[in-house]
Design a protein around this ligand. Structure first.
Ligand SMILES: C[S@@+](CC[C@H](N)C(=O)[O-])C[C@H]1O[C@@H](n2cnc3c(N)ncnc32)[C@H](O)[C@@H]1O
Length: 274
C-alpha cells in the first residue's frame, strides 16, 4: 500500500476487468433495479420523434465506465439506429472492457469513445440532446474549480433546454455520523465466490473522504485493494454550482433514492451567459 491517491482509479486493468463482476454480484438485485429505473428515466427524457437516421439524437454518457448504462439504453430503444452516444471516460481500461462488450452487440455504429476527463473532452459544442453522469462520477472530482470546469463543459456541449442527469453520493456514504466519526465499514459482501469490503475514512478536510475497497474472488482469479478520494458535495452547494454554470434544477428522481445516491435532473438554460 502506498500513500499516493490515484487520480484515475479505474485506469487499472485489474480493477476494470473485475468491475462488472464485483458490482453485479455484490450489489445484485439493487444494481439491476438501479440500471433499469435509470434507463427508463433517461429514455423518458428524449424525444424519439425528433430522431432519424439522417439526424440522429446525440447523447453524452459521462464517466461511461464499462458501458453499463449506454448498452442497456440502446437495447431498450427499438429505434436505436437513430441514436448516437458519445461515451467519455478518463480511464481507458474501463473503456477497453466496454469495447469488448460492444463487439458482442449490434450497437457498434451507435457508440463513439472519447478518452479524457470530462472537463477537457473534445466534443462538438451545442450538439447534444441529453447528457448523464451517473453512479457517483462527479464525487471523484474533489475541488470546486474542476467541478465548475466540468459542468461548464457539459453546458457547452448541450443544445439549449436539454437535460443533464446526475447523481451525487448521499446518505449511504456521507451521512452525518460518517462526517463526524473517524471511519466506517459501509459495505461488506462475503461469499465463497466473492469477498468485497468497502470502507470510508475521514481526512483533515471534513468534506474529503478516502474510499478503500478490498475485493477478492478465487473463482475469477482476482484480488486487489484500491483507494481513492471522494468529495462530499452537499446538494445545496452542488445545485449552486450547477446554477453558476447555467443549469436550472428541474426535479429529483426519487425512484432512485433506494441506491443511497441523490439523482437529479437539470436543464440547460439557453439565455444565461456562463
Ligand atoms: C463508478 S464508475 C461509473 C461507471 C458508469 N457510469 C456506470 O454507471 O456503471 C465511475 C467512472 O467515472 C470515471 N470518471 C470519474 N471521474 C471522471 C472524470 N472527471 N472524467 C471522466 N471520467 C471520470 C471513472 O474512470 C469511472 O469509469
Amino acid at each position: 500500500m502506498t500513500d499516493e491517491f490515484s487520480l484515475h482509479p479505474h485506469d487499472a486493468t485489474y480493477l476494470a476487468d473485475a468491475y462488472d463482476y464485483i458490482n453485479e454480484n455484490s450489489f445484485g438485485e439493487t444494481y439491476v433495479r438501479q440500471g433499469n429505473i435509470l434507463v427508463e428515466e433517461l429514455i423518458s427524457r428524449i424525444n424519439l420523434q425528433n430522431a432519424s437516421t439522417v439526424e440522429p439524437l446525440k447523447l453524452l454518457d459521462l464517466g461511461c465506465g464499462t458501458g453499463r448504462i449506454s448498452l442497456q439504453f440502446l437495447s431498450s430503444v427499438p429505434e436505436y439506429k437513430a441514436i448516437e452516444i458519445t461515451c467519455v471516460d478518463q480511464a481507458i481500461a474501463m473503456q477497453n472492457v466496454f469495447r469488448r462488450k460492444l463487439e458482442q452487440t449490434e450497437f457498434e455504429k451507435q457508440i463513439q469513445f472519447v478518452t479524457s476527463p470530462i472537463a477537457d473532452m473534445n466534443v462538438d459544442a451545442g450538439k447534444f440532446d441529453m447528457a448523464w453522469a451517473v453512479f457517483t462520477v462527479l464525487n471523484y472530482i474533489t475541488d470546486r474549480d474542476t467541478l465548475k470546469r466540468t459542468i461548464s463543459k457539459v453546458y457547452e456541449a448541450l443544445k439549449p433546454n436539454s437535460n443533464f442527469i446526475v447523481d451525487i453520493a448521499g446518505f449511504a456514504f456521507f451521512d452525518e455520523k460518517m462526517r463526524t466519526e473517524k471511519t466506517n465499514r459501509i459495505f461488506e459482501f462475503n461469499e465463497s465466490f466473492l469477498k468485497r469490503i468497502v470502507m470510508i475514512h475521514n481526512t483533515e478536510d471534513p468534506s474529503i473522504f478516502t474510499y478503500e475497497e478490498y475485493a477478492q474472488s478465487g473463482k475469477m482469479r482476482f484480488k486487489y485493494f484500491h483507494y481513492i478520494k471522494l468529495k462530499y458535495w452537499s446538494i445545496d452547494e452542488f445545485k449552486q454550482i450547477m446554477e453558476e454554470c447555467g443549469f436550472s434544477f428541474k426535479c429529483d428522481l426519487n425512484r432512485l433514492n433506494f441506491t443511497g445516491s441523490h439523482f437529479m435532473v437539470f436543464e440547460k438554460i439557453s439565455t444565461q451567459s456562463v
